[in-house]
Design a protein around this ligand. Structure first.
Ligand SMILES: Nc1nc2c(ncn2[C@@H]2O[C@H](COP(=O)(O)OP(=O)(O)OP(=O)(O)O)[C@@H](O)[C@H]2O)c(=O)[nH]1
Ligand SMILES: [Zn+2]
Length: 199
């Protein structure tokens, strides 16, 4: 089977040699010696790391939501505390946290793991937290056509923790609602209470 069709292969759309030469340039530009022993393999490591961290650029997360199960259940389904890490597009530093994904089915449900799979895949690209939140909400809304969708992300941005304003511990919360959650305040409040009801 060719590598690009192998299910376990990371996509090969990332130009690793190009990343390697760019990383050598950065090392030289900051005053390092890219040829010293400890740094010799660094450009190749960074290239492999970016291939992993940006793999979402070349994947379609909607494919995880194509297989559904017919169910009459039409109350809230909520998976809370799905850990994720993404990359801030302004500084290329990670933002890390948890996603809470809820929806009210309309005749069919999706496997619970698929909600975590789409969080993983959507997270693996340079972006801002607001867009990641909207992307997840739109994906669920379009693919599942549920009665409602709620997505809440809580994350710490390392561009705010380790540089610049340096406020470790600050948490950014974003939310996106669709359908019933947009119109119905009590449904939204119920979902938010479950999300916030942390043990
Ligand atoms: N809205 C939003 N802003 C983000 C996100 N990630 C990082 N930022 C912000 O992006 C902004 C970029 O601001 P700039 O003034 O262009 O860059 P900067 O001089 O490095 O900013 P400072 O971080 O304030 O030093 C900063 O305020 C970051 O905190 C995000 O997911 N959403
Ligand atoms: Zn940033």
């Amino acid at each position: 089977m060719p590598e690009e069709n192998h299910p376990s292969s990371v996509n090969n759309s990332v130009d690793k040699p190009r990343i390697e030469s760019a990383v050598r340039e950065i090392l030289a530009a900051v005053g390092e010696d890219p040829d010293r022993e400890g740094l010799l393999e660094t450009p190749a490591r960074v290239a492999r790391m970016y291939e992993e961290l940006f793999s979402g650029l070349h994947l379609d997360p909607a494919r995880h939501l194509k297989k559904v199960f017919t169910e009459t259940y039409d109350e809230l389904v909520l998976v809370r505390d799905i850990s994720f890490n993404s990359m801030c597009e302004h500084h290329l530093l990670p933002f890390l946290g948890v996603a809470h994904i809820g929806y009210i089915p309309r005749g069919h449900v999706v496997g619970l793991s698929k909600l975590a799979r789409i969080v993983d895949e959507v997270s693996r690209k340079p972006q801002v937290q607001e867009r990641m939140t909207e992307t997840l909400a739109n994906l669920l809304d379009t693919e599942l056509e549920p009665k409602g969708v709620i997505v809440v992300l809580e994350a710490e941005h390392s561009c705010m923790s380790i540089r610049g304003i340096r406020k470790p511990g600050s948490v950014t919360i974003t939310s996106a609602v669709r359908g019933l959650f947009r119109k119905n305040e009590s449904s939204r409040a119920e979902a938010m209470a479950l999300i916030n009801n942390k043990k």
